[in-house]
Design a protein around this ligand. Structure first.
Ligand SMILES: C[S@@+](CC[C@H](N)C(=O)[O-])C[C@H]1O[C@@H](n2cnc3c(N)ncnc32)[C@H](O)[C@@H]1O
Length: 281
């Protein structure tokens, strides 16, 4: 993929930060923040020009646009959120070379709107952790792939998070409540280790599993993008966290203030996602 395209896309995404509806801001920050692991994964896909595939749970559509550009193939960005698809559509509109190669389709990963054996590849990134029945999603991806087609999945596992010194206990309590809310909705923040097993059980041959580490030593920047992203994604769920009695407003105030504390120590943080490729029989 030409660097100029990656840079242009990042500029469009960064500009969108000014106007994006608040509930999508954390996802936009995540799209920017995880761009290097996305591009790393795409560079290894080795797709045949002209092949046809899906990016399911496409969000802002960065992956679909980058795959279509890098490998000259056709990609449908599929998402269940129509606002999300509208934003992906308007981001891609100025990219004239993508007009016949990228399409934005409304659909659910649990019931993909495609016939059996219709796709050469299916990608899904940071989606299965949110899905109530990820095994079923894997079966759906198997169904729509042609024999010999492949799936490419990237997702997290919070067991791979390392921090030193340990985060303030007030903030750990907030993160723990957030994780339990995702779990109560049927999601799973420890899904990374499970996906390869479910793929193999569903008839895929797992070809590679590559951890992508992001590690840094930082002096906390209270208004830096990493801290901002963490705070915003939790802040959006405060009503749900209070309603489920997983967190109180006092606990949020304390955790939030402590996390942003500008005199906190220099610290090491790393987290990782797994990039998994598997072939359909
Ligand atoms: C965390 S975002 C990831 C976006 C993008 N794949 C990326 O890597 O930045 C999860 C996306 O999956 C979509 N999504 C969640 N559940 C879905 C489902 N059941 N079917 C299709 N899309 C879904 C959400 O609307 C959202 O756009």
């Amino acid at each position: 993929m030409p660097n100029t395209f990656a840079e242009a896309l990042d500029t469009l995404l960064a500009d969108l930060l000014e106007t994006v509806p608040l509930r999508y801001r954390w996802l936009l920050l995540q799209t920017l923040y995880t761009g290097s692991s996305r591009r790393q994964g795409i560079s290894k896909l080795a797709l045949q020009p002209g092949s046809q595939g899906l990016d399911v749970g496409c969000g802002f559509g960065a992956m679909a646009m980058e795959i279509a550009t890098a490998w000259s193939c056709t990609v449908d960005g599929v998402d269940c959120d129509s606002t999300m698809l509208e934003m992906a559509r308007s981001l891609s509109a100025p990219m004239t070379w993508l007009q016949d190669r990228v399409h934005w389709i409304s659909g659910d990963i649990l019931a993909l709107p495609y016939p059996d054996h219709s796709q050469d590849f299916v990608c899904t990134r940071f989606v299965l952790q949110h899905v109530s029945d990820p095994k079923r999603a894997i079966q759906e991806m198997y169904r729509v792939l042609r024999p010999g087609g492949f799936v490419y999945i990237e997702d997290i596992d919070e067991g791979m998070v390392l921090q030193y010194p340990a985060p303030p206990p007030e903030w750990s309590l907030v993160l723990d409540a957030f994780s339990r809310l995702q779990q109560a909705r049927g999601g799973d923040r420890q899904i990374g280790r499970k996906i390869p097993v479910w793929l193999a059980q569903s008839g895929f041959e797992v070809q590679s599993i590559e951890p992508q580490w992001m590690a840094q030593v930082t002096r906390p920047e209270p208004n830096g993008p990493a801290i901002q992203w963490e705070i915003e994604r939790v802040a959006l769920e405060l009503d749900a966290l209070y309603a489920a009695q997983l967190l109180t407003p006092e606990e949020w105030q304390k955790g939030h203030a402590r996390f942003r504390d500008p005199i906190a120590d220099i610290s090491f943080q790393s987290n990782a996602s797994l990039q998994i490729r598997a072939q359909r029989a």
